[in-house]
Design a protein around this ligand. Sequence first.
Ligand SMILES: [Zn+2]
Ligand SMILES: [Zn+2]
Length: 133
Amino acid sequence: MMMALTGKCDCGAVTFILHKTPKWLVDCNCSYCGRIQALWANDLIENIEVNYDEAQVFRYQRGDRIMDFVLCRTCGCCTHWEHHEPEEYGRLSVNMTMIEPALIAAIPIRHYGGADWSGYMDDGFGRHNFHRG
Ligand SMILES: [Zn+2]
Ligand SMILES: [Zn+2]
């Protein structure tokens, strides 16, 4: 059995557990992810458990996008993002920089062209697009 991958914000108000090891981590080049240097693990909602009290977080929505970045109100760390209609999308993403680095060192990182939704760069897309918007 794998060791549980657990993460938390700096102060510990927001915690998460991954029930499966992600196949890869996503390094997105959009103007927000680039600034905070996030490494996302996307998976089905049932494979990720995020625990927090709504009063302990704030939400940042970029433009008219369909998801919120969720940040701890106390320490400011961005721990995950959530779709506005989670049942419809069925997926969740947590920021793996909230995990002890040694635990994720073996997981490959893929670069994602979130700046213009051009897909994974190792699929031949998005190489030209690095933005700080
Ligand atoms: Zn915190
Ligand atoms: Zn992004």
